[in-house]
Design a protein around this ligand. Structure first.
Ligand code: NAI
Length: 338
């Protein structure tokens, strides 16, 4: 008996080894803005991801230190730090996934749109480089206002002739992470089992969590649903105020960014049924970009999934978010073309 169990455990071990060394393709992930509040913990989390073979950390300052630090962790990926625009090309070359948390965060009293003037320019120049050095990469846009920076990226790629709508993603995962946490707390269900789609965009009322579709089901009152919706929409502001001038969500955002990038990598690697919410080019509403559940595959977006049945409250929320989201999208398009 002992011999049998020893051999079965060693064959399991062998299987695991052969899986980890043979079946995972080489994947390069680049993080732009890697020395920042989000960038650093995101670099750490991506270093822990066994799907990554090469981790490229780029910023305008501070990346050699972050890269040296993270590179000592004994996991699969090789880490390289790049600093300054003259190294951006090298940082991007051959990237499969580019994650962008570059730019300024909010301070108390600011909306995400107040960041537009600075971040729009940063995103435009980074996307110009992506079009040149890694036109086939999946782009995970974290820099705010996401409702405008994603359209900016699309316009930059269109001008460069590299736009592929299947490869551009606004990262709205933090809204989903928050909705799950807040729902689990209110409904008293195990948080690890919770699923809640969040659709629309990524700012204020454009964030529309669909608690009517949340699982496990619960009998929360209309009042509870309203409060949960509001808290999800204001989750970012809750953190901005608590940090009192020292920035916005960084740790929870890094977690959310790592979840989304992992989903992109799984999709690229052919793992079936990978679904996450994301702000993508879309035809499920009249708007050219919209966040909803998206199925990820070998080429990025495999399918943009529909909204599913909405409650009356959610229908109202959808109607009232459309004008604001429309104008944020148009603002991005206009900026990119001026
Ligand atoms: P941070 O100020 O701590 O870090 C930003 C980093 O970007 C800095 O290291 C800075 O040197 C770098 N950077 C600036 N210009 C750059 C350029 N041209 N190229 C490369 N790097 C550049 O800010 P934090 O807290 O990390 O936030 C970053 C962005 O993420 C902000 O725009 C913020 O609003 C956004 N954000 C998005 C969330 C989402 O759910 N999508 C959630 C939280 C924040």
């Amino acid at each position: 008996r002992r011999a049998a169990s020893a051999s079965s455990s060693s064959s399991k071990h062998l299987l695991r080894r052969s899986y980890s060394s043979d079946s995972k393709p080489e994947r390069k992930v680049a993080v732009l803005g890697a020395a920042g509040g989000i960038g650093q913990p995101l670099a750490l989390l991506m270093k822990l991801n066994p799907l990554v073979s090469s981790l490229s950390l780029y910023d305008i300052a501070g990346t050699p230190g972050v890269a040296a630090d993270v590179s000592h962790i004994n996991t699969r990926s090789q880490v390289a730090g790049y600093v300054g625009e003259e190294q951006l090309g090298q940082a991007l070359e051959g990237a499969d996934v580019v994650i962008i948390p570059a730019g300024v965060p909010r301070k108390p009293g600011m909306t995400r749109d107040d960041l537009f003037n600075i971040n729009a320019g940063i995103v435009k120049s980074l996307c110009t480089a992506i079009a040149k050095y890694c036109p086939n990469a999946l782009v995970n846009m974290i820099s705010n206002p996401v409702n405008s920076t994603v359209p900016i990226a699309a316009e930059v790629f269109k001008k460069a002739g590299t736009y592929d709508e299947k490869k551009l993603f606004g990262v709205t995962t933090l809204d989903v992470v928050r909705a799950k946490t807040f729902y689990a707390g209110k409904a008293k269900v195990p948080v690890a089992e919770v699923n809640v789609p969040v659709v629309g965009g990524h700012a204020g009322i454009t964030i529309l969590p669909l608690f009517s579709q949340a699982t496990p089901k619960s009998n929360l009152s209309d009042e509870d649903i309203k409060a949960l919706t509001k808290r999800t929409q204001d989750g970012g502001t809750e953190v901005v105020e608590a940090k009192a001038g020292k920035g916005s969500a960084t740790l929870s955002m890094a977690y959310a960014g790592a979840i989304f990038a992992d989903a992109c990598l799984k999709g690229l690697n052919g793992v079936p049924d990978v679904v996450e919410c994301s702000f993508v080019q879309s035809s499920i509403t009249e708007l050219p970009f919209f966040a909803s559940k998206v199925k990820l595959g070998k080429n990025g977006v495999e399918e943009v999934l529909g909204l599913g049945p909405l409650s009356d409250y959610e229908k109202q929320g959808l109607a009232s978010l459309i004008p604001e989201l429309k104008s944020s999208i148009e603002k991005g398009i206009k900026f990119a073309n001026q």
